[in-house]
Design a protein. Sequence first.
Length: 77
Amino acid sequence: MSTLHEDVEKAIATIRPFLNADGGDMELVEITDDHIARVRLIGACRECHMSAMTLRAGEDAIRSSVPAIMKVEAVIT
């Protein structure tokens, strides 16, 4: 049986080839107690003007694969 963290990582992996093709990536930072997945956009995705759409695609992939996740938030560092 996989963990919630592993399931979210697998969901991110499904969009990773598209992110990598543009020189970017997404990493899971944490899953909060109230089931919010906090992710970081890295590489080219971090400063791209399309980063909001990238985050939305990540949220769609994660929430459709892992229904326990209530929300996906970007962590800015």
